[in-house]
Design a protein around this ligand. Structure first.
Ligand code: BGC
Length: 386
């Protein structure tokens, strides 16, 4: 028998992307610097979204979507300390206008992992002045673009960024120092809080969030595991949100996986080797209920180059989102990660998250079959399952 799960008529459906991952032609940030040195893969021309955004938004629209998440590349806006590039502001203004013209509600992240080179050279978010420098950039963007976007996120996944760069030596600046890591987390908190205040001075009515990567933590009953479980949940999922609580209007949730303390059963995995556990999003949402704020799912998706699991996975995610909503979670929208295949950080172009495949050489876009399954949900504003 068919079952029908209806969403409220204001619910937003869309997909996400981020500047360095899709735009191409960005050479003035820390990732490009380290790519030159061979420490990370180069992003190069990427999908050339910088020049093809109209085509990409047409595709998103044709897929029944009504929202889109992008990010602004700080190194384009402020290529040198204190010098702002008006041409680049104009570029993003045109990007936002083209979203609005198509009826795609823009969600803009002001900082998604990449630092302008001048800022990285000053120590990035290790620098005690980082909050001021970040807030100045944010204020500049807002003062020019406030008419074209109402949903702003200051930063993407601060905990992921800090741990990859300061504990795991995976991402710039490739450090492994717990003290610096904790210091950086606190500076990120300060940076968000100050940026929030600046944004509100410029547009008190807009919605400001942090985009947070939360994990569905699980444990067996062994005391050590239980302890680790509570610590991880508090530090990874909640600490940042608690310390920014008075400076967020809504929450952005990025959900990708579970982490089990103790033995886990076997699951299908995506191309990144992450267990496919769609019901984890339900638990992640329920955990956020205590904050009593609107939630946008700013990312949830999978790397699946053969498009084997994507359609079913998206449907299961949406089923669990609906379930959380019926139990009182105030979810306002879902943005699949990602609209296009793109630059997946340390993995370069090896991973395919896109609803739309992008040919590395020709940049030709091809819609994957699973994107049509998602399209049906977006257009019906409902999920239908057997
Ligand atoms: C990030 C994206 C990334 C995605 C898949 C999130 O952690 O915000 O930039 O591509 O996950 O790994």
């Amino acid at each position: 028998m068919k079952k029908f799960y209806q969403f409220p008529d204001w619910f937003l459906w869309g997909a996400s992307g981020a500047s360095y991952q899709v735009e191409g032609g960005i050479y003035n940030n820390d990732w490009a610097f380290w790519a030159e040195k061979g420490k990370v893969p180069p992003a190069g021309e990427s999908t050339d979204h910088y020049h093809r955004y109209e085509e990409d938004f047409d595709l998103a629209k044709s897929l029944g979507q009504n929202a889109q998440r992008i990010s602004i590349e700080w190194s384009r806006i402020e290529p040198e300390e204190g010098k702002f590039d008006e041409k680049e502001i104009e570029h993003y203004k045109q990007v936002l206008i083209s979203l609005q013209k198509r009826g795609l509600v823009p969600f803009v992240t002001l900082w998604h992992f990449t630092l302008p080179l001048w800022f990285a050279k000053k120590g990035g978010f290790e620098n005690p002045d980082a909050p001021k420098l970040f807030a100045r950039y944010v204020a500049h963007v807002l003062s020019y673009l406030k008419w074209h976007c109402k949903n702003w996120s200051t930063m993407n996944e601060p905990m992921v960024w800090a741990s990859a760069g300061y504990l795991q030596k995976q991402w710039p600046p490739f450090k492994m120092n717990p003290l610096t890591y904790v210091h950086v987390v606190h500076n990120l908190i300060r940076s968000h809080n100050l940026a929030y205040k600046e944004i509100k001075k410029i547009d008190k009515n807009c919605d400001v969030s942090v985009v947070k990567h939360n994990i569905y933590f699980k444990t067996d009953l062994k005391p050590w595991n239980v302890l680790m479980y509570w610590f991880a949940k508090w530090w990874w999922n909640h600490y940042f949100l608690q310390r920014t609580f008075f400076n967020t209007d809504s929450l952005g949730l990025n959900y990708y996986f579970q982490q089990q303390f103790g033995k886990s059963k076997k699951f299908d995995q995506n191309d990144m080797g992450w267990d496919l556990v769609p019901e984890g999003i339900y638990h992640a949402l329920k955990e956020l209920k205590i904050y009593n704020k609107p939630i946008y799912i700013t990312e949830a998706g999978l790397a699946d180059s053969k498009d084997k699991f994507r359609g079913t996975y998206i449907k299961s995610l949406i089923y669990w989102i609906h379930q959380a909503m019926t139990e009182g979670c105030d979810v306002r929208g879902y943005l699949y990660w990602s609209l296009l295949d793109n630059f997946e950080w340390s993995q370069g172009y090896a991973e395919d998250f896109g609803l739309i495949h992008v040919d590395d050489k020709t940049k030709v876009r091809t819609i994957r079959p699973s994107a049509y399954e998602y399209k049906k949900i977006c257009e019906d504003n409902a999920l239908e399952i057997e």
